[in-house]
Ligand binder design. Structure first.
Ligand SMILES: [Mg+2]
Length: 103
């Protein structure tokens, strides 16, 4: 399965009010990212690492990312390519470290 196919699949399981899609999806994304962090936090607290649970939560993050892309009318693969190009440009200009969105 490629990313475009997965993005299309997420639509079949997207059950939420579409009139507030961006807000709903942003909250869902940050919630799932928090679940990833929570599983990793438990490595420190309990000294127990559950890779299966962490990967499952990363999958939930991907679902929300793909649905956010759909809500923004963009292909997830295009977003990734744009991000890669931005980072390659920063590497080539030796500004990969530092601050600012528009380096
Ligand atoms: Mg989850």
């Amino acid at each position: 399965m490629n990313l475009a196919e997965y993005q299309q699949f997420t639509a079949s399981t997207a059950i939420y009010p579409k009139d507030n899609a961006l807000v709903y999806l942003s909250l869902g994304l940050t919630s799932e990212a928090g679940e990833v962090a929570g599983k990793i936090k438990k490595i420190i607290r309990d000294n127990v690492r559950n890779d299966e649970a962490i990967v499952s939560e990363i999958g939930d993050v991907f679902w929300y990312l793909c649905q956010l892309c759909t809500a923004m009318n963009v292909e997830a693969a295009d977003v990734i390519e744009q991000n890669m190009n931005k980072l390659i440009d920063r590497q080539e200009r030796n500004v990969i470290k530092g601050n600012g969105d528009n380096r």
